[in-house]
Write a new protein. Structure first.
Lengths: 113, 118
């Protein structure tokens, strides 16, 4: 199993551009999460999903959108990139009934200039 | 108020010594979970240990143990016999139950950078 994978690893965006951060998993995770980590800080929850077609906002959802059309994929969309969105983005997954642990992807580093 | 507080921005330890990383939390839930994650310089998040609020025994995973003091609302991570590879950022995190509908969402502290000296 590849686990939780994220693409791209690194991206530079210009202000106002849009992009989609991809997240995929092959671990049958019901729950999936998007976090952002600003320099020197802990992670903050952006959005989460409890299953295909079901998503909800986390702590810092402004400027982002998500979708979950399949169990395996959970893309994060930035519509109008702003410098404040410069961060490292982590996707994570967890399987209901198989403990509490969230398994994280390797992260996507995003720089908005 | 901060839900998770890690008061040690940085810690230093000699190789083979034990070190304790502090974590205090704030919740009104009776059911919650506490986690520690390690983030090496390569950036990935590595799960270390989990403690449930109803667990009577302190959690242990190899060289990692969680010193859970419920009345004090603290969940300190103890690393025994430190190794050079333990040098990393360490995050404490909490999952609250929120009436049974938290869906596992985690709240993270700001982290502690641990440096292990040879």
């Amino acid at each position: 199993n590849a686990g939780v994978t994220q693409t791209p690893k690194f991206r530079i965006l210009k202000i106002g551009q849009s992009m989609t951060l991809q997240c995929a998993q092959d671990m049958n995770h019901n729950y999936m999460y998007w976090y952002r980590q600003d320099p020197g800080m802990g992670l903050k929850l952006i959005y989460y999903s409890v299953g295909a077609g079901i998503t909800d906002k986390g702590e810092v959802p402004n400027g982002y959108n998500v979708s979950r059309s399949t169990t395996e994929d959970f893309p994060l969309r930035l519509e109008l990139a702003a410098p404040s969105q410069t961060s490292v983005y982590f996707c994570a997954g967890r399987t209901r009934g198989q403990g509490e642990t969230q398994y994280f992807g390797p992260g996507t580093r995003l720089l908005v200039l | 108020a901060q839900k998770i507080t890690q008061t040690q921005p940085g810690m230093f330890v000699q190789e083979k010594e034990a070190v304790t990383l502090d974590c205090t939390y704030d919740t009104s839930d009776q059911s919650y979970g506490l986690f520690w994650y390690k983030q090496p310089s390569s950036g990935e998040m590595i799960f270390l240990i989990y403690q449930g609020s109803y667990d009577e025994q302190n959690a242990t995973e190899g060289r990692y143990s969680l010193n859970f003091q419920k009345a004090r609302k603290s969940a300190n991570l103890v690393i025994s016999a430190s190794q050079l590879g333990d040098s990393a950022m360490y995050f404490c995190a909490m999952r609250e139950n929120a009436g049974g509908t938290s869906y596992g969402k985690l709240t993270f502290g700001q982290g502690t950078i641990l440096t292990v000296h040879p």
